[in-house]
Design a protein around this ligand. Structure first.
Ligand SMILES: [Zn+2]
Length: 273
């Protein structure tokens, strides 16, 4: 494994943890990154809560969202979201699907999410809304079929994010840093719009302001400064990546239980560990 792929796996794990730490992801949702040299592959964790994801959990997938190497691991049901967006958008290098509390009122009410502050200009002029019912009728609202992922990718079009009726949102970025910026500030923008609505009339940014703010927001000075900031906040919260790359998985209680079972077995068989 080349060091650049190690870095991609580390960044994918960090991206999951940062968005969990900032309240975008909870037990559900997932961050992926496209392969840096093979555009027909991407990296995504095995099925695991985002704040627990480690580089060793990251698996490589083809764009039909099949794991490249056979695995017994449980996989995310909604991975077609990632594969189908990577097919449709060659410019996209990172994707997150989430159900953040900040955007849910908009996904439920259908009230339009609008750019209301300069950092919120990352959402663009108009945020598309995708309703799974329109093409697929009654479903459990999970996107598990390639055609469902492809439908979402069509609704996304060239936008930075798409809201999903009664479900959540999917955000894309040209880098993992840009993805973090868009995912977090689209949620902040939603919170501010919601709060402003309580006070009175919401006045969105003008189209020219969205254009100019977007240019500033996309600059590395903004995306790398925020990546460093959110990474340090993650470390301070105690949620950073384990120091050792081979730290055991599961809760402390689960690990203790496994250790007890193993120790009993080795005693019975008289083997040394
Ligand atoms: Zn979902």
């Amino acid at each position: 494994m080349s060091s650049s792929l190690d870095q991609i796996k580390t960044d994918t794990a960090l991206g999951n943890r940062i968005l969990a730490n900032e309240g975008v992801l909870d037990a559900f949702g997932h961050v992926s990154m496209r392969h840096p040299t093979n555009p027909n592959r991407y990296f995504l964790s095995r099925s695991r809560a985002p704040e627990l994801v480690e580089p060793g959990d990251i698996l490589e997938y083809d764009l039909d969202s099949n794991p490249v190497k056979k695995t017994d691991q449980r996989l995310y049901a909604e991975r077609v979201i990632h594969g189908e967006i990577y097919k449709a958008r060659p410019d996209v290098m990172a994707v997150v699907h989430h159900h953040a509390p900040a955007v849910m009122p908009f996904c439920i009410s259908g009230v339009e999410l609008q750019p209301v502050m300069h950092l919120g200009a990352v959402i663009g002029h108009k945020v598309p809304m995708w309703d799974q019912y329109d093409e697929f009728g009654d479903t459990n609202l999970l996107l598990v079929k390639p055609e469902e992922g492809a439908s979402l990718a069509r609704a996304l079009g060239q936008a930075p994010l798409v809201l999903m009726k009664g479900h959540g949102a999917t955000v894309v970025g040209g880098t993992i840093q840009e993805l973090m910026f868009r995912a977090i500030y689209s949620c902040r923008n939603a919170e501010y719009q919601f709060a402003a609505q309580m006070l009175g009339k919401v006045v969105p940014l003008r189209p020219g302001e969205v254009e100019k703010s977007s240019q500033i927001n996309a600059m590395p000075t903004a995306t790398f400064r925020t990546w460093e900031y959110w990474s340090v906040r993650l470390e301070k919260s105690g949620g950073g990546l384990p120091r050792s790359g081979k730290k055991p998985v599961g809760t402390r209680a689960q690990r203790a239980s496994v250790a007890r079972t193993t120790s009993k077995k080795t005693k019975t068989k008289g083997r040394k560990r």
